[in-house]
Design a protein around this ligand. Structure first.
Ligand SMILES: Cc1cc2nc3c(=O)[nH]c(=O)nc-3n(C[C@H](O)[C@H](O)[C@H](O)COP(=O)(O)OP(=O)(O)OC[C@H]3O[C@@H](n4cnc5c(N)ncnc54)[C@H](O)[C@@H]3O)c2cc1C
Length: 441
């Protein structure tokens, strides 16, 4: 057994290191081990690090992902980031998307506006996931109680009543290493190894919808607005990105790992009427959305968070934001257990129940949005045009804005958990005292 070496981090992952210490008889003890330094694991690490909690983050990659999946950061996520004094740096780098314009077979349908939503952030921030990860890595470097080990892949984890023991391999070293902690949180993404070890049932499936997305140098003149084009031949989505770039997503008939060069340009031209240039294309990738939700989010001291717990269609863009809300909820619960000595079971039961429900709601919404947006053929397109025209009218339009900004997801924040219900012990094992202290944190 070897003690993992403390590694401080910068905006990229620190390099994998050889442990200089001889094997130690007693493994180091962390309060929390987080598996995975994706956006959700890093945010959780920041929220705990800001309170001085001793955290080890274990990440199998040696460099962050070079490409961006998530680009939309919703107002509730900005509120979480603000608690870490991160909202401003994020906003300074991102693009404020205040309006999303909808176009159909019959022409312009209307606008979903975030300008009047009930939030201090009246926009969705467009920022590539690479930048989000980079900002979180920079922030986490400010917290001396947080250590990141990269190039280290979790192999097994087991727990007893008091602690969890995790074994992992460091790519550059032969021996398996072990660490212990009070809690282990799996932020290891949609193909979570920890979820398998926990034997948690994950119910999910792929949608029969396919897309190719690409980032381009932006010459469209569409500015800071998002535009969605719903046509009888398939959908096109277009979102602004910082630094004069724009993301285009086109619906395709089949999954294309390697889409032919020029495909996005051709489909954008024929469906949306915009002329893109091949030489302006920066990236391209195909994806087939999936949905997945676990029937429980914890087993004893091992807890699932982010994509490890739930996956939703990225069309509608809410996976990372849902994971951010999980992280905030869980950080508060962990602090209540670690600092106030509150019993874990009611707190984790609340996390299980309410975050499962929140994710289920986000999964359903993303699925519906994608389903309607991808109807093909003239009849269904005409029906969709009618529905979207109505949705963009009058008071409905404000509701749609709040809906897409994720303000209406239930239990999106801890504050929205029904206090009375919690105190009355509806959450299995919750006691009155626990509930009040937990929520009054
Ligand atoms: C095309 C696309 C567009 C999207 N757009 C949006 C959007 O606009 N808004 C939004 O909210 N969401 C969006 N999403 C979803 C978003 O990308 C995910 O929800 C988000 O990445 C989840 O973050 P995570 O930290 O939970 O998991 P991940 O980002 O998957 O990170 C998991 C980390 O764990 C590490 N890991 C895995 N296994 C191990 C192991 N055994 N040991 C150690 N480390 C391990 C991985 O290397 C990785 O770094 C999009 C997704 C796609 C595919």
């Amino acid at each position: 057994m070897r003690a993992p070496q403390s590694v401080r981090c910068g905006a990229t992952f620190p390099p994998p290191v050889m442990s200089p210490h001889p094997p130690s008889p007693s493994p180091p003890d962390y309060a929390v081990i987080i598996i995975g330094a994706g956006p959700v694991g890093l945010l959780l690490g920041c929220l705990l690090g800001a309170q001085g909690v001793r955290v080890l983050i274990l990440e199998k990659r040696t460099e962050p992902l070079p490409y961006s999946m998530a680009i939309g950061i919703t107002p509730p996520s900005l509120q979480i980031l603000a608690k870490l004094e991160l909202a401003e740096p994020f906003i300074n780098l991102g693009v404020k998307v205040r309006d999303c314009f909808l176009h159909g077979q019959s022409g312009y349908l209307g606008r979903v506006s975030f300008r009047e939503i009930a939030s201090e952030y009246r926009y969705v921030l467009a920022l590539p996931q690479t930048e989000t990860v980079s900002l979180l890595l920079r922030k986490i470097a400010e917290y001396p109680s947080v250590t990141i080990r990269t190039g280290g892949e979790l192999t097994t984890a087991q727990q007893d009543q008091d602690r969890v023991e995790a074994s992992f391999t460091i790519h550059s070293e032969a021996d398996e290493q072990r660490v212990t902690a009070h809690y282990l949180v799996a932020c290891d993404g949609s193909r979570s190894r920890v979820r398998d070890l926990m034997k948690v049932r994950a119910v999910g499936q792929a949608y029969e919808r396919h897309f190719v997305m690409g980032d381009f140098v932006d010459d469209s003149g569409l500015g800071d607005e998002a535009h969605l084009f719903f046509t009888a031949e398939g959908a096109v989505e277009s979102f602004p990105l910082p630094n004069g770039k724009r993301r285009w997503i086109v619906q395709t008939s089949e999954h294309l790992d390697e889409a032919p060069a020029g495909l996005i340009r051709e489909l954008v031209q024929s469906r949306a009427g915009f002329s893109l240039r091949d030489q302006d294309q920066i990236s391209q990738s195909g994806f087939t959305p999936r949905r997945l939700n676990c029937d429980r989010y914890h087993d004893g001291r091992m807890i699932l968070c982010g994509d490890a717990a739930h996956v939703m269609s990225p069309i509608g863009g809410q996976g990372m934001n849902t994971g951010f809300a999980d992280a905030e909820f869980l950080a508060k619960a962990l602090l209540s257990m670690l600092r106030k000595g509150l019993a874990p079971e009611p707190l984790l039961a609340a996390y299980d129940r309410y975050r499962h429900e929140a994710a289920q709601s986000a999964i359903r919404r993303a699925g519906w949005g994608m389903w309607i947006g991808t109807w093909r053929g003239k009849t269904l397109s005409a029906l969709r045009d009618l529905m979207l025209r109505l949705a963009c009218k009058g008071c409905l339009s404000h509701r749609v804005g709040a809906f897409y900004a994720m303000l209406t997801i239930p239990y999106n924040t801890l504050e929205s958990v029904p206090l009375a219900e919690f105190n009355e012990g509806t959450v299995k094992g919750a006691s009155r005292g626990n509930g009040l202290q937990f929520l009054g944190d």
